[in-house]
Design a protein around this ligand. Sequence first.
Ligand code: SDX
Length: 430
Amino acid sequence: MDKEVAKLTLPGKESLDLPIIKGTMGPDVLDIGALSKADLFTFDPGFRSTASCESKITFIDGNKGLLLHRGYPIEQLAEKSDFLEVCYLLLFGELPTQTQKDKFISKLKNHTMIHEQLIKFYSGFRRDAHPMAIMCGVVGALSAFYHDSLDIHNEEHRETAALRLIAKMPTLAAMCYKYSIGHPFVSPLNKMSFAENFLHMMFSVPSEESVPNPILVKAMDRIFILHADHEQNASTSTVRLAGSSGANPFACIAAGIAALWGPAHGGANEAVLAMLSEIQTVSNIPKFIDKAKDKNDPFRLMGFGHRVYKNFDPRATVMRKTCYEVLDALGLHDDPLFAIALKLEEIALKDPYFIEKKLYPNVDFYSGIILRAIGIPTNMFTVIFAMARTVGWIAHWNEMISSPDQSINRPRQLYTGPVMRDFIDVSKRG
Ligand code: SDX
């Protein structure tokens, strides 16, 4: 069947046939490659209408509130799977058999420890350094320790780098927290599950091993699942762009961590807690809603809105349910911040401004309340997002590197600066 084309009529130029390419789900795309031959670029700041790549990993339908990982709905994965199984699915494309899962987990457990010399990096930071600043540094530094997994064209190197990054992120993250409170670092215990081990490294001390509450372990694992991947978001696009130059995977993931840190992206979960604390009481909510609507006020309702979801973020729905479970289990039903969050959601979703602009709670709105209830300090929230998203970043990096038509990503621009002019000697200026 002939490919469909879109005909582009151009003033003073020959019209162009732009092929229309169909995916398995979601909008068709226009192949605009022919534009450069007509000395034309597209212009799409913020990439609101731009598909940057082809991918088989995650599908999002913003209108239907759909999020699929390799075709499986996030609600089913959050309910029935676990984080390491979702890691396998994202990396290899299928849910593992029990044997495949056991082998994958046992490989990961070979990589949970950190090189002794890398530990010395932490003492170079101030105790009050933001943990994301430390993570940007130490994750990038991993490339200095693992020369045997830097050849991006070697599939075995790529898999070893993936295992090292997924396995070491919890250890590096917990070390950030321990360093900030002056506690000794706690080594990983491979007899524990991924989430259990993370909570152990966060809250155990040499004199007393903390036995993580199974309900909190399950909630932690679910939070990791809900943050694992999300198509071409800002940090994943950063990892793809960095990887397109041939940079090693550790450097690319460090770039992703840096991009995630922003409050418009992964930093929102920390900003939501700060906002709820600033609101203080339910009676103050209307004042903050007015601030969020005021064009002259930079304040935004953190945890609300999304570039893609325009009805609801399916992860927020699962997160709200998990919030109830955790607060119930901990006897924190009357958690004042949760009460403010619930009321804020109720009021905002009735407000014409939020309805018209399709602003709904996103994945970050409730996650911070759960993490705070588990005892995790606010400045660690985005680190936890980065821990979970590492598998998504790696899956996309791997998909890009192994793609036959991979090339360096190099966008063009609309130039509106000075036209060409001659140099003026300093004696003749001013
Ligand atoms: C994540 O991309 C991903 O997939 C990201 C993520 C992932 O898993 O990787 O889902 C994770 O980053 C979730 C988003 C977390 N960020 C926040 O909660 C911060 C608050 N939200 C906003 O900053 C904003 O909604 C964004 C950044 C999330 C989306 O921004 P867009 O798509 O660029 O939307 P926009 O800024 O163009 O806003 C559209 C309108 C604007 O008003 P007008 O100029 O049209 O009059 O809605 C307004 C905005 O002012 N608006 C808000 C608002 N978000 C948008 N007004 C008040 N409060 C808000 N939160």
